[in-house]
Design a protein around this ligand. Structure first.
Ligand code: SAM
Length: 289
């Protein structure tokens, strides 16, 4: 079954009386090599479980099912469920759930799988909700091995940017708190039906087994990151002054001086270790106010 062939995709959609739902970010992959490469990149061990977000008509799901012990796929569009029964019927290691990943209880869904072995995530993500899905997966604290996902290329570049780079932002620092992100390869827009307006890229986030940074308060760490990038053209000190109105400019100046010799430094120059240090300092200052 060549589910990557645009002709087959259109035939299947017509057979089930379906149309592509833009509001669900439905852009289906049509490049067999790309599908194989994503499935290969997703995990090292065959004896693992893969959680797929948004199987669509099942093109990537089939490649995953051929490689790994168990595949659990969450699809929000109930109209695609009968299609997936048809396209995945020959696999007894795949379970499809008609669920919104943002509402799903992933802990309950994967509890048994985490007992059996490694669990990874793989997806061609719907672009309208990429960052919330990634943050939900990371903030779930579930011990995923890795998260391999197709996202808009611009988002891939932001997530994988080095500190100090132009694309470095709140999402880069936040993702880096949970794992190491790398851009694997680019996928041009014409490899999907319907074709999106922008190019895509596949990234892999390998979660830290032990986090390299331990802030006194995670909430404060994320508040600090958010404040630092709240007003991008401002210096870190000015951005923090807006984000932490309870602190005096002198306190902010002192806090910034502890992480950098440059009083005019901007947020994008701080790596996650520096953000952790800064958030601990701000937490202490807020405590004595
Ligand atoms: N995996 C297929 C492929 O590569 O051809 C489809 C990928 S398409 C970019 C995104 C898929 O995610 C669609 O099938 C869409 O219906 C589904 N989806 C969108 N939002 C979702 C959500 N919140 N939870 C689960 N699935 C979702």
């Amino acid at each position: 079954m060549n589910l990557w062939d645009p002709k087959t995709i259109h035939q299947i959609m017509a057979m089930f009386g379906l149309r592509f739902h833009k509001e669900f970010g439905q852009n289906f992959l049509t490049d067999a090599m790309v599908i194989e490469d994503i499935a290969d990149a997703c995990a090292e061990a065959e004896a693992c479980t893969v959680l797929e977000v948004g199987p669509g008509i099942g093109v990537l799901t089939r490649a995953l099912a051929e490689r790994y012990r168990t595949v659990k796929a969450l699809e929000i569009d109930r109209n695609l469920i009968p299609v997936l029964k048809y396209t995945l019927g020959e696999f007894d290691n795949v379970t499809v759930y008609n669920e919104d990943v943002m509402q799903a209880d992933l802990q309950a869904l994967l509890a048994e799988d985490f007992q059996k072995g490694p669990v990874s995530v793989c997806a061609n993500l719907p672009y309208y909700i990429t960052s919330p899905i990634l943050m939900k997966l990371l903030e779930s604290r579930l011990p995923f091995e890795s998260i391999t996902v197709m996202v808009q290329e611009e988002v891939a570049d932001r997530i994988c940017a080095p500190a100090g780079g132009k694309a470095y932002g709140a999402i880069t620092a936040s993702v880096n708190y949970y794992g190491h992100a790398e851009k694997l390869f680019r996928v041009p827009a014409d490899r999907f039906v319907p074709a999106p307006k922008v190019n895509s890229a596949v990234i892999r986030i390998t979660l830290w087994k032990e986090k390299p940074c331990s802030p006194k308060s995670e909430e404060m760490l994320f508040r600090t990151i958010k404040a630092a990038f709240g007003q991008r053209r401002k210096t870190l000190a000015n951005a923090l002054s807006s984000g932490f109105p309870a602190l005096t400019s002198e306190q902010i100046r002192q806090a910034v001086a502890q992480v950098s010799e440059d009083p005019l430094i901007r947020g994008e120059r701080l790596d996650i270790a520096a953000f952790t240090q800064l958030s601990d300092i701000l937490l202490e200052m807020l405590g004595v106010n």
